[in-house]
Design a protein around this ligand. Structure first.
Ligand SMILES: [Fe+2]
Ligand SMILES: [Fe+2]
Length: 295
């Protein structure tokens, strides 16, 4: 199987967009990217907008060749927002999070609008929750809805397993570093070789994310590592909004290394330099004059 990241926080936009080429299938998980609206009291820098355009262009061009598009939940860093051009999804097979059940109010509303747009372009839409399908010899399985990170008010997400040629990859979507034990069940059940995981939300430490939740995230990831099935852990998204991310999960990195598990982020896995634009937003404003602001 070949895994490529089309957009991710470590590459400069909020996203976990993953392209998996698995034997007979070309699958894109979460074809969206967005920018953090406010960071350090600052709006996104021009450089972030430019990166966002690049990522969206790449997602759209890769989607043209995809056999299957997966949408794990309805946050705009994971699927197109209203008003965005969606013609690139025309006629596509799309497996998505149940838009009516196990969903919060705002995501239900966003899903409804998106589904109306998909109808206009003849997309082949199916509910994915707890399902399993085959594309040739490639198996795609979905978890039951699990809580979005540490906050039940943010709704639910789906975790995805792609299995082909004896290899297994799990994409865990927005679990914020597996804050809850329920969120790791799908991973323990399927024992993937590679786990693509949303790391703990440490940039909100002390406000929307507590020290106890960070400890729980690390313990849950350690539990996964200890089982011995994992070879590659790609940790990204919420964790990459923190410039100190390595020191926050030092114990986990050491434990993984001692077991020969390669830990990296999406940028480095893809062969790109780590570029945490949102976390560096203050520095961007200091270094590069933003054409959109007075200086
Ligand atoms: Fe989310
Ligand atoms: Fe997200």
């Amino acid at each position: 199987m070949k895994v490529r990241f089309l957009a991710a926080d470590s590459m400069g936009t909020r996203s976990m967009c993953t392209l998996i080429e698995a034997g007979d299938a070309r699958i894109i998980i979460d074809p969206g990217a967005a920018l953090g609206p406010r960071r350090y009291g600052l709006k996104p820098h021009q450089l972030e907008y430019e990166r966002l355009s690049e990522h969206k262009e790449l997602i759209e061009s890769e989607a043209a060749e995809a056999d299957l598009i997966i949408i794990t939940h309805y946050h705009y860093d994971h699927f197109p927002r209203p008003g965005e051009e969606v013609g690139w999804l025309m006629g596509k097979r799309i497996l998505l999070k149940d838009p009516v059940n196990h969903i919060n109010f705002s995501q239900r509303w966003r899903a409804k609008i998106f589904l109306e747009e998909l109808k206009k372009i003849d997309a082949k839409v199916e509910i994915a929750d707890s399902r399993e399908i085959k594309i040739g010899r490639c198996r795609v399985a979905f978890s039951k809805p699990v809580q979005h990170g540490n906050d039940s008010r943010l709704g639910f997400v789906l975790e995805t397993l792609i299995s082909s040629g004896g290899e297994k990859v799990v994409h865990s979507s927005d679990v914020e570093g597996f804050v809850g034990e329920v969120q790791i069940k799908f991973v323990l059940e399927h024992e993937p070789d590679m786990l693509i995981c949303d790391g703990p939300m440490t940039y909100m430490l002390g406000s929307r994310f507590t020290e106890i939740e960070l400890e729980r995230s690390i313990n849950n990831l350690l539990e996964i590592i200890k089982r011995g099935f994992l070879h590659e852990l790609v940790i990204d998204h919420h964790l990459m909004r923190d410039l100190e991310w390595k020191s926050r999960i030092r114990g986990l990195l050491d434990a993984a290394e001692s077991r020969g598990i390669h830990v990296t982020n999406a940028a480095r896995y893809t062969g790109l330099p780590e570029d945490l634009l949102e976390a560096r937003r203050r520095e961007l404003y200091e270094k590069f004059r933003n054409p959109g602001t007075k200086s």
